[in-house]
Design a protein around this ligand. Structure first.
Ligand code: RIB
Length: 310
């Protein structure tokens, strides 16, 4: 079994030609709400990957937003453990998506800020714990420590970016970050290889958007070029990557295979609007991968050279 612990948000999404600059107003072209939140998205991705039973620990308000998110979790087959707050509303995210699919997100955490160390369920039977940073840092650190003490593999997606104590990182087996998050966690500016030298976690995966991703383990560096898709909304592409990655690892996949499947699923999530609404199921990812050719030597070389790895 896999446990995902983290945020649930209702996403308020408006599409616009471009994302406004500070102080600017742009006219958008449509408004929709979607179930979101990095934690909930990753739980849905894990469950849709169909590997192991996915449990999800989260906090929501006693309001009209929560049932939409709970229904989405249920439809995906996630077993939800919801801490209910009477004082804080369900988390909300305000998202602007530009014509080229890029987003800017502001989160009002609401009930997500109430998730506490004592809410962690018994970990017996769980092989992996997947965490993000949209819930309080002391809670994330306590969950990682409890999991480590009980032999559960800890995967941390350090998003949104923040500097992290080595005490927390010492309890992380696999860190997943994008390039900006890597620089913040590393406390260093430079290319991917430079920044990786400053991160003391055994396995680090850096997602690089349309370039692909790069994974550094104690014994190897894995480069996975991106799969070409028509991106209309990149929201939850990273969450899809994390959830599918952990699902594949829980089935015993080698990291190289897990990264490839996760990359394919993340790319597919960019082709559909919304967060949880865009996350593909395992059979669709399998079909997508069956139609892809081997990564070319040129694309591998370009990615390795961008990252500064050889
Ligand atoms: O990663 C995408 C998610 O970030 C959105 O669903 C939004 O809720 C924010 O948490």
């Amino acid at each position: 079994m896999i446990l995902v612990a983290g945020s649930s948000n209702l996403d308020f999404v408006v599409r616009a030609e471009r994302i406004p600059c500070p102080g600017e107003t742009v006219l958008g072209q449509g408004f929709r709400t979607f179930p979101g939140g990095k934690g909930a998205n990753q739980a849905v991705a894990c469950a849709r990957a169909g590997a192991a039973t996915t449990h999800f620990l989260t906090a929501m308000g006693a309001d009209n937003f929560a049932p939409t998110i709970e229904a989405s979790l249920r439809d995906a087959g996630v077993v939800a453990h919801v801490v209910r707050s009477d004082s804080e509303p369900t988390g909300c995210a305000f998202i602007c998506v530009s014509a080229d699919g890029v987003n800017a997100i502001t989160v009002a955490p609401g009930a997500n800020s109430l998730l506490r160390p004592e809410h962690l369920p018994a970990l017996a039977g769980f092989s992996h714990l997947l965490l993000q940073l949209e819930t309080p840092l002391p809670t994330v650190a306590a969950y990682a420590q409890a999991a480590r003490q009980q032999g559960v593999i800890v995967v941390l997606n350090a998003a949104p970016a923040q500097a992290l104590a080595q005490q927390l990182l010492d309890n992380v087996d696999i860190l997943v970050v994008n390039e900006g998050e890597l620089a913040v966690v590393a406390g260093h500016q430079g290319n991917v290889a430079d920044c990786l030298r400053h991160v003391q976690v055994p396995n680090v995966i850096v997602t690089l958007g349309a370039r692909g991703c790069c994974a550094r383990t104690p014994t190897e560096v894995i480069a996975q070029p991106a799969f070409a898709v028509q991106a209309i909304d990149t929201t939850a592409a990273g969450d899809t990557f994390c959830g599918v990655l952990v699902a594949a690892l829980s089935q015993g996949a080698h990291l190289r295979k897990a990264v490839r499947v996760a990359s394919a699923a993340g790319a597919m999530a960019c082709e559909v609007p919304g967060a949880q609404a865009s996350i593909p199921c395992a059979s669709d990812v399998d079909k997508f991968l069956a139609n892809q050719s081997e990564d070319s030597e040129t694309s591998l070389q370009m990615l390795r050279s961008y990252c500064g790895v050889h």
